[in-house]
Ligand binder design. Structure first.
Ligand SMILES: Cc1ncc(COP(=O)(O)O)c(C=O)c1O
Length: 435
C-alpha cells in the first residue's frame, strides 16, 4: 500500500541531517564483511558505571516508596511531575539566584520535542501570511534543528566568522554580528551552548548581545543547553547560563545518563511556557513520569550536579585531550587542518581547509580503512548561501575508547596526508587562504 501523504506528511516522513547518514553508518557496521570498524561517529553517550549506579539507586528508592503507584499508574499534569518540577526550580533558584515559579517551567519528552513545539508555534507562516524565521545565529549547529519545522524554508542560519590560530592548528567560530539580523520577521532564535557538533561555547557577552538584539522585537531566544551546567556540565571552559526575560533555557537529561527516559526541561517566561505546554498537551498529554521521578531524587540530593562535575565532565574532557594529542602527533604539520577549540559537549570538529575531497568523500575513504566518522555537511541546516567550508569538516565522537581514538586518528592521518600530498604536487596549499 502507498498511502497518499499531505505536505506535512511528506515533510515529516523523510529523515534529515545526520539521521540520514546514520542509516548508511548502521548498514556499514552491520554488513561488516568480517571487517571490524573503529566507530568515531556515535552520538549515544557512554554508560559510565557511577552514573548508571546513581540511576539504579534512585530507582530502588522509587520502588520502595509509596509514590510508585502515583508515578506509573496514573496520568499527571501536562506540565510535568510535581516533585521533579519542585526539585529543578529549587536547584536553579538557589544556584543562580533566580525567582522562577512553577509558571516558568515545562517538562517535555526529550528536548528535541521542545524544539519541535517551538519551531511550529513561533516559526512558519503567521496569520497574516508572512514567514516567521527561525534564526540560527551561528552555523554549524545541531543537525536535529533541520527537521523540526513543518516549513523548512523558515530556517535561516548565519555564516560565522573564524578565529584561526594557524601555528597550533586550532580555530573557533564566532557569531558574525555584522550580518546577523533579528527583526519583526524573526519567530525565534535558537542555538546550542555548548554546541553539538563543534564543542563551541558562545561567550556570556555573545549570548547577551543576541538576547539584546531580539528583545525590542519580542523575539524569544531558545538556548539549547543539552551539554551545559549544572547537568550534565559538559563545558570544559567557564560559562554562565544566561537567564533573561526573552530567553528560554532548554535542558536535557540525555547526556546526564538518561537518554532512554526522554526528559527535556524548558525554563522561561510564562507567556512562552504556556504556548509550549498547550502544544505538548495536544500532542502527547505529558512526558513519561518514571524518569522524572528518579531524576527528582538525584537533583534534590545534589547527586546529579556532583556526578556531572566529578565524573561526566572529566571523562569527555580526557577523551578530547587524547584526540588532540593524536592529531598533533600524526597529522601533517604543514597542511591546513584545524581542530575546533574543545570547549564542551561530546564531540570534536575538524576542518580540512582546501581539501580537494569533500567531507562525504573523506567519510567514504575512511570507511575503507575501517574508521567511521560523521561528514560535516548535515550540520549546516538553514544555511542558504554557498560556502565551501560546509564540505570541509567532519565530526568525531568522544565516546570511543582511547585506543580506538588513537588508532582512528592514525588512519585519518594516512588518508589526509595522501590527499594533501596529491594536491600539493599540483598546486601549493596555503594555510587559511580559503576563509
Ligand atoms: C545540541 C542538542 N540538542 C538537543 C538534542 C536532543 O536531545 P534529547 O531530545 O535527547 O533531549 C541533542 C541530542 O543529541 C543535542 O546534541
Amino acid at each position: 500500500m502507498t498511502p497518499a501523504l499531505t505536505q506535512f506528511g511528506d515533510q515529516m516522513s523523510h529523515l534529515t541531517g545526520v539521521r540520514a547518514i546514520m542509516k548508511d553508518i548502521i548498514e556499514t557496521l552491520r554488513a561488516g564483511d568480517g571487517q571490524s570498524f573503529i566507530n568515531l561517529s556515535a552520538g549515544n553517550p557512554v554508560i559510565l558505571p557511577e552514573v548508571e549506579q546513581l540511576w539504579r539507586d534512585c530507582t530502588t528508592d522509587l520502588l520502595n516508596s509509596s509514590d510508585y503507584g502515583e508515578v506509573v499508574c496514573r496520568y499527571g499534569s501536562s506540565q510535568g511531575y510535581e516533585p521533579f518540577i519542585e526539585a529543578v526550580l529549587a536547584d536553579f533558584n538557589q544556584r543562580y539566584g533566580l525567582s522562577l515559579t512553577d509558571r516558568n517551567i515545562l517538562i517535555t519528552p526529550g528536548s528535541q520535542s521542545l524544539y519541535f513545539f517551538a519551531a511550529n508555534a513561533f516559526g512558519g507562516y503567521a496569520a497574516g501570511g508572512q514567514l516567521k524565521e527561525i534564526v540560527l545565529p551561528l552555523s554549524p549547529d545541531y543537525t536535529g534543528y533541520g527537521g523540526v519545522s513543518l516549513f523548512p524554508q523558515a530556517l535561516k542560519a548565519y555564516r560565522p566568522t573564524l578565529d584561526v590560530d594557524a601555528p597550533s592548528h586550532s580555530f573557533k567560530y564566532r557569531p558574525d554580528f555584522s550580518q546577523l539580523e533579528i527583526t519583526k520577521q524573526t519567530g525565534f532564535v535558537l542555538f546550542s551552548r555548548p554546541c553539538n557538533p563543534t564543542g563551541n561555547v558562545l561567550t556570556d557577552d555573545e549570548v547577551n548581545r543576541i538576547a539584546d538584539l531580539a528583545a525590542p522585537h519580542n523575539v524569544p531566544v531558545f538556548i539549547d543547553s543539552a551539554y551545559a551546567p549544572p547537568y550534565p556540565a559538559l563545558n570544559f571552559t567557564g560559562m554562565t547560563p544566561v537567564f533573561r526575560e526573552n530567553t528560554v533555557h532548554c535542558m536535557s537529561l540525555s547526556k546526564a545518563g538518561l537518554p532512554g527516559e526522554r526528559i527535556g526541561i524548558a525554563l522561561g517566561d510564562e507567556s512562552i511556557i504556556q504556548v509550549l505546554q498547550s502544544f505538548q498537551t495536544n500532542l502527547c498529554i505529558h512526558s513519561s513520569r518514571y524518569g522524572q521521578a528518579i531524576a527528582a531524587r538525584a537533583i534534590a540530593s545534589g547527586a546529579l550536579a556532583d556526578i556531572s562535575e566529578a565524573v561526566i565532565r572529566p571523562y569527555y574532557q580526557n577523551k578530547f585531550a587524547v584526540l588532540e594529542d593524536s592529531l598533533t602527533s600524526f597529522l601533517p604539520k604543514t597542511a591546513p587542518w584545524y581542530l575546533h577549540r574543545g570547549e564542551g559537549a561530546i564531540f570534536a570538529w575538524l576542518w580540512f581547509d582546501q581539501l580537494s575531497a569533500t567531507d562525504r568523500e573523506l567519510y567514504q575513504q575512511l570507511k575503507r580503512y575501517g574508521v567511521i566518522v560523521v561528514p560535516g555537511n548535515p550540520f549546516f541546516p538553514g544555511l542558504q548561501e554557498a560556502w565551501s567550508h560546509t564540505q570541509q569538516c567532519i565530526r568525531i565522537s568522544l565516546t570511543a575508547t582511547d585506543e580506538d581514538i588513537v588508532q582512528g586518528i592514525r588512519h585519518l592521518a594516512t588518508v589526509v596526508t595522501e590527499l594533501y600530498a596529491q594536491q600539493s604536487s599540483h598546486s601549493p596549499v596555503m594555510a587559511g587562504s580559503s576563509l
